[in-house]
Each structure stands twice: as structure tokens, then as C-alpha cells.
Design a binder for this molecule. Structure first.
Ligand code: ADP
Ligand code: MG
Length: 360
């Protein structure tokens, strides 16, 4: 009570060029761009893209939600995806929704070649699973997690929010800008979070907009680069810089933070992809040698597309009878490729080797 919420005027985009293109920023832009270009190249060498995307998108859904204190485990998530059961926690359900929202955004952007304000509303709707849409009742403020102090008051008036969003989306879709798209990404993410158009889900929606922006600008082909793991590790800094930029109008530190996030997560993802690819190759070899009679490339790939697999998945993918599918999975378990686990009435077959890599 009695707390005065600081209100800063949120300016429309773009900011002054000299504020966002300092020498330090340009230096860090080069590093981030190089790492991202390498990631783009390596991702192309993975023959089965679905395998890569599935694993990484789910991890991101989990991480991005974790930033907002929505916590679930990888095990629970994979089980929720493999089994249609009603008994999943609300957190897990929210992360599953987030995953859907990422795919929805990706498909929409690919189809249209741009995003509309209404697409952003649809994306947020899918992840929070309600239809409240853009804020129309005042009262939303951003507080410091630990002290409860109000640190930022976003625009309160619906008409103003909509005007700022139109300005945002215009800049979001401008792909022929001669400002580096990586610098622009940092600016756009800050602007979106500062508009804070929804009652909830702004952080997660904003982070989906980031990867889609990279795709729309041809910096990556598939949705596999996410900053959330970096943000989790540097969370106080993420909040401090969002806030500082609002207060001072100085962009440099924030932009450098985001560029570093791109550089580090690109490198991490390269490492992860390489490990996944090696694991896939090793698994193929092992099956070929130790269970040659059941070896099929699609069978092994399935275990990487669905690290928690089941008979039904094999039936569908290989178009074989249940009996054969069951035999394949048992055989693979015998040679140590997967481990079975009973969950209710279902038996799930877990690709432990892959799960280990994804956890790191
Ligand atoms: N001072 C600030 N200025 C602008 N945005 C901020 C500030 N502090 C936090 N944020 C953003 O707000 C997000 C949280 O908003 P919220 O609507 O709760 O998102 P979610 O539902 O995804 O949790 C954070 O992830 C961050 O991106
Ligand atoms: Mg929230």
C-alpha cells in the first residue's frame, strides 16, 4: 500500500540508431552472428529434422516456463506426451500447451512469411489456455520477485497498448532493415516485454516471438535456438537490464546481454546437436550388429523422435502388427537401447541415452 509505481513513457520503435549501434554492440554482434551461422549449417546436416526439433522444442517449453516459475520434470512431460491421461499436473499441461504454441507460431510464420498482431494474440491464448486477450482492465504492474517492490508499470490503456503493438509488429516484420537483425531482436524483445500486452504469458510469448523472428530473417531454418537456458542462468541480470533500459533509455547493456545469450546458446545447441547425432549413429550401429534381424532405420529414428515410445508408435511408423512392434521393442530393450517402464496400463520404452543428453 502507498507504493508509488514508477511510470516511464514507453517510446515507439525504432530507437535512435547511435544508441543501439555502439562499437561494443557491433563487436558482440559479430560473435553472435558467427555462432548462429555455424548452428544453422550444422542443423542442416541432421537428416531427420523432426527428431531434432521435437527434442529441442520440448526442452525450451520446459525452460521458458521455468523462468516464470512453472516447474515440471522432463519425465512427467514425456509421459504426458506419450499417454493420453487426464492426471497430469497443471504445470505440465501448461508446458505441453507452450510446446503447441511454439509449433503453431512456427507453422503460421512459415505459411505467411510474417506475423500479425492477431497471431500474437492466438499464440498467447494457446499457452495460457484462456481467451482474456489484450489487457483491458488497468492494474498490471511488474514487481521484483523477492522484495515485492513495483519496478515497472506497463501502459494501462487498451488503445495505447494496441497502438504500441501495431508499431511493434511493423518493425518485427521489416526484414530489409539495414540494422543487424540480431540487434533488432534485442530491441524487439525489450519492447514487447515493456508493452506487456497481456495479463499473463508475456515472457513466454515474447520468447516465442524471438525464435520466429530469427526464422523469418533466415538466420536459422527450424525452431531450435532458444535463449531461455541462458536467461535462467542469468535471471537477475535479465530482469535488471530490462528494467534499467526502461528507466534510462540506454540500450547498450541490454543489447549486449541478448547478443551474448545468442552466442552462448548457439554454441550449446551445436554441442547438443552433435551429441544427439553421435548417439543416433552409435545406436544404429549397435542395433545393426546386435539385433540385425530387426534393424530398420525408421525404428531407430522413432526412438529419437519419441524418446518415450510405445507399441502404438511403432505400429504407426513402421506399419507393422502390434505383435511385431512389441517384439522389436523387447529386442531393443534386451540389447540395452531402451528401458521399459510401466505407467498405468501402458508400457513406455525410454531412450535413456538420449534423455541423458537432453538433460545436460
Ligand atoms: N522491468 C521490466 N520491464 C519489462 N519487462 C519485464 C520487466 N521485468 C520482467 N519483465 C518481463 O516480464 C516477463 C514476465 O511476465 P508474465 O506476463 O508473467 O510472463 P509469463 O506468464 O510468461 O510468466 C518476464 O519474463 C520478463 O520478460
Ligand atoms: Mg506469469
Amino acid at each position: 500500500m502507498g507504493q508509488k509505481a514508477p511510470q516511464y513513457i514507453l517510446e515507439k520503435l525504432p530507437p535512435l540508431r547511435e544508441k543501439v549501434e555502439t562499437i561494443e554492440i557491433l563487436r558482440q554482434t559479430n560473435k553472435a552472428a558467427a555462432a548462429l551461422a555455424e548452428l544453422k549449417g550444422i542443423a542442416k546436416t541432421i537428416p531427420n529434422q523432426a527428431m531434432l526439433i521435437n527434442a529441442i522444442v520440448l526442452q525450451e517449453a520446459k525452460d521458458s516456463s521455468e523462468i516464470e516459475n512453472i516447474i515440471t520434470t522432463q519425465d512427467e512431460l514425456y509421459k504426458a506426451l506419450a499417454i493420453n491421461k487426464s492426471k497430469i499436473s497443471s504445470e505440465t499441461k501448461e508446458v505441453v500447451n507452450y510446446r503447441k504454441a511454439i509449433f503453431y507460431a512456427y507453422e503460421t510464420a512459415k505459411q505467411q512469411g510474417f506475423l500479425k498482431v492477431n497471431d500474437i494474440i492466438d499464440i498467447q491464448q494457446q499457452l495460457v489456455d484462456n481467451i482474456a486477450g489484450i489487457r483491458s482492465t488497468p492494474g498490471t504492474v511488474l514487481k521484483n520477485d523477492t522484495t515485492g517492490e513495483i519496478v515497472y508499470t506497463p501502459p494501462q490503456d487498451k488503445a495505447e497498448i494496441i497502438e504500441l503493438l501495431s508499431n511493434f509488429i511493423k518493425h518485427y516484420n521489416e526484414t530489409d532493415n539495414d540494422l543487424s537483425p540480431l540487434i533488432n531482436l534485442a530491441i524487439l524483445h525489450h519492447q514487447f516485454e515493456s508493452i506487456h500486452p497481456f495479463y499473463d504469458g508475456n515472457g513466454r510469448t515474447g520468447r516465442i516471438l524471438n525464435i520466429i523472428y530469427l526464422i523469418l530473417n533466415d538466420l536459422i531454418d527450424v525452431p531450435i535456438l532458444y535463449l531461455s537456458s541462458y536467461i535462467i542462468e542469468n535471471k537477475p541480470e535479465y530482469y535488471r537490464l530490462l528494467n534499467q533500459t526502461n528507466r534510462t533509455g540506454k540500450w547498450e547493456e541490454w543489447i549486449i546481454f541478448m547478443l551474448k545469450a545468442i552466442e552462448f546458446t548457439s554454441k550449446d545447441t551445436i554441442e547438443k546437436i552433435t551429441k544427439i547425432k553421435n548417439q543416433l549413429d552409435r545406436t544404429i550401429q549397435k542395433v545393426q550388429i546386435e539385433a540385425p534381424k530387426i534393424y530398420k532405420k525408421e525404428l531407430v529414428e522413432l526412438l529419437f523422435e519419441q524418446p518415450y515410445s510405445k507399441i502404438e508408435f511403432v505400429v504407426k511408423k513402421l506399419k507393422v502388427e502390434r505383435k511385431a512392434a512389441s517384439r522389436y521393442l523387447k529386442e531393443l530393450e534386451k540389447i540395452g537401447i531402451i528401458e521399459s517402464q510401466k505407467v498405468g496400463r501402458e508400457t513406455l520404452y525410454i531412450n535413456k541415452g538420449l534423455i541423458e543428453i537432453l538433460k545436460q
